[in-house]
Design a protein around this ligand. Structure first.
Ligand SMILES: *[C@@H]1O[C@H](CO)[C@@H](O)[C@H](O)[C@H]1NC(C)=O
Ligand SMILES: *[C@@H]1O[C@H](CO)[C@@H](O)[C@H](O)[C@H]1NC(C)=O
Ligand SMILES: *[C@@H]1O[C@H](CO)[C@@H](O)[C@H](O)[C@H]1NC(C)=O
Ligand SMILES: [Cu+2]
Length: 244
């Protein structure tokens, strides 16, 4: 009987997370840039960054990435995850992929129908996993928001790089690196940190010292989603039990 109740509650839950296409974003502010810079001391040999600014006339976003990836463990994927890295520096703290429209991980992102992909599935949208070594690229994405408060807003979230077994091998929080033509002032000079990524992000105002990232967690985005739903499920069960 209990399992019947659980089934009923489970199907009710499933019904509440219907996927919808991501809407195209307009009105992105053209004077802000967010950057997620992998810390210099990454223990898995990952370096690089992802930088996001508005697309033309504020339509969509221009996503630039540059990674140097380790010899082993590839090919690699990278995503925008929904939460920032917390004070522990553990990439596990970033939660699941940014997926405000509930695309889910299955079916995999289809590059001919990007609106149906998880907003944060950047390597899925690119259509290729990244090989070892240097990777530089750019993605014009219609669905990424730079508007604070929007469901697909990325400014308070993070980038996670995964090995082929989905281990989270690097992560970094997005930070505002340019705003409102503060322009000539801080930061501009470091737009393309080449090679050694020296200096440790001293360009950012007041945010240069982030917790060092120690990505030891091995659970995947899928696992994070599952545990999230299980928690929700338990919550509903508790409510259900209380009603009975
Ligand atoms: C940070 O996230 C980790 C991994 O999810 C979690 O174990 C830890 O309790 C969190 N710490 C804080 C301070 O939120
Ligand atoms: C990030 O911002 C979005 C939109 O403003 C908000 O819905 C979300 O709760 C925020 N997430 C975190 C972890 O602060
Ligand atoms: C950093 O930015 C804050 C507001 O964003 C400002 O109050 C502060 O003076 C800035 N600090 C430096 C060192 O520029
Ligand atoms: Cu991910």
């Amino acid at each position: 009987m209990r399992s019947t109740l659980m089934l009923a509650v489970a199907s009710a839950l499933v019904a509440t997370t219907v996927a919808s296409d991501a809407p195209k974003v307009t009105g992105n502010p053209t004077d802000v840039t967010y950057k997620a810079q992998i810390a210099d001391d990454n223990k898995n040999g990952v370096s690089g960054f992802v930088e996001i600014a508005a697309g033309p006339q504020g339509n969509g976003a221009d996503i630039k990435y540059q990674f140097n990836l380790p010899a082993e463990g590839g090919p690699f994927t990278f995503h925008i995850h929904e939460n920032p890295v917390n004070a522990t520096g553990l990439c596990a703290s970033t939660g699941a992929h940014l997926d405000p429209y509930n695309a889910g991980e299955k079916p995999a992102c289809d590059t001919t129908n990007l609106a149906a992909c998880q907003v944060g599935d950047l390597s899925g949208k690119i259509g290729d996993k990244l090989p070892s070594g240097g990777n530089t690229g750019e993605l014009d994405d219609a669905f990424t928001s730079l508007v604070v408060g929007a469901p697909a807003f990325i400014g308070n979230r993070s980038i996670v790089v995964h090995a082929s077994d989905k281990t989270r091998i690097a992560c970094a929080n997005f930070e505002l690196v340019n705003s409102n033509g503060g322009g000539a002032g801080s930061g501009g000079g470091s737009a393309s940190p080449t090679g050694g990524a020296g200096g440790g992000g001293s360009a950012t105002n007041g945010t240069a010292t982030r917790p060092s990232v120690t990505p030891t967690a091995t659970h995947t985005g899928a696992a994070a989603v599952v545990s999230g739903s299980v928690l929700g499920f338990l919550g509903v069960l508790a409510v259900g039990a209380a009603l009975l």
